[in-house]
Ligand binder design. Sequence first.
Ligand code: NAP
Length: 319
Amino acid sequence: MHVVVTGGTGLIGSHLVDRLRARDDEVTVVSRDPTGGDQIGWDPDDPGSLVLPDTTDAVVHLAGAPIVGERWDENRKQAIRSSRVQGTQRVVEAVEAHGDIQHVVSGSAVGYYGDRGEEPLDEHAEPGEDFMAQVTQVWEAEARRLEGHEAVDVDPARIRTGTVLAEESGALPEMLNPFGFVKPFHWGMGGRLGDGQQWFAWIHVEDEVRAILHVLDEGLSGPFNLVAPGVVRNEQFTEALGEALGRPTPFPVPEFALRLMVGEVAEVLTASQRVRSDRLQETGFSFRYPHIRPALADLLGEEDAVPEERDREPEAALA
Ligand SMILES: NC(=O)c1ccc[n+]([C@@H]2O[C@H](COP(=O)([O-])OP(=O)(O)OC[C@H]3O[C@@H](n4cnc5c(N)ncnc54)[C@H](OP(=O)(O)O)[C@@H]3O)[C@@H](O)[C@H]2O)c1
C-alpha cells in the first residue's frame, strides 16, 4: 500500500511512518518544509498546493499546529483552528483531484467532547462547547465532505485521539519537564491538577499507531475514539506517574494556579473526558497497553513494574 501521511514529521506521524516502512508499505510524508527524498511539500493556506502521487492508495492526515506548549492568545488559537480546517480542505481537494484513493484517516481529538464530568463518552455523544470542541467539530466537518461524495468513493475515518503518551515528545515530557530544567515529578514535588477527579483519556503511542493501521487495513470509516480502555482520573494518573518514577506526588496544583501558569489552555488539562473505545475494540482491535501503570513503566523504562495490571478490568485498574 502507498500511504501519504500529512504531519508525518510529528510525534504520531513519525511513529506511524516507521511502522509502515517496517512492513514494506510505501510512504510519502507531506511537510511544510520537505527535505527531499520521499517528502513532498504543501502550504495548508494555499489551495491546490497538495498533489498526491498517482500511486497513492491511502491518506493519513495528522498535520496541525500544536495544542499545548504555548499560551492560547488569539494568534495561537487562530493557528490551531486554521491549520486543521485549511489543512483538511487541502487533503479533501487532493483526494478529489486524484479520484482513486481507497482510504482516508483524518485526525481529530477527544477534545471534541469538551468537559463532561462523569458521563461515559462513546462516538454517539454530543460534542462539547469549549474552544477545542468547536475546533474539532469544524475539523471533522471538513473531512466529512468526502462522505457520500458523488465523484470519489471513499468514506473517511475520523480518529478522536486521547492524550498520546510517548517518551520523546508530547504530553509526558511536557508534564515531566514543564519549565526547562524544572522537573517537579522527578523532584518529588509533582501532584494532581485541580481536584484530580477529572477523567484523563490517554493512549500509549504504540497503540495509537497500531489503531491507525487497524483502521486503515480494515478500511473502516466514521468516528473512532482512540483511547486506552483503562481511562483514569487525574489523581490516579498522577499516582501512577509517581510510582513509575519512584517519587511521591504530594503537591496538587490548584486550577486557578494552573490558569495563571498556562492560561486558557488549562481547560484542556482539567477537562474531564471519560471516553470509551468500545467501537474500535468491536472491530477486532486489542490494546497492547490497556492500563496506565504498564504503559508508564514501558515509557519510563521500568518494564514489568506491575505486570498483574494487564489482567484487571478497565477503569478498575487503579481503584
Ligand atoms: N499528541 C497528542 O496527544 C494528540 C492527542 C489528540 C489529537 N492529536 C492530534 O493528532 C495530530 C498529530 O498529533 P502529533 O502529536 O503527532 O502532532 P505534532 O507532533 O505536533 O506534529 C504535527 C505535524 O503538523 C505539522 N504542523 C505543525 N504546525 C502546523 C501548522 N501551523 N500548519 C500545518 N501543519 C503544521 C508539522 O509538520 P511539518 O512541520 O513537517 O509541516 C508537525 O510535524 C494533530 O492534529 C493533533 O491535534 C494529538
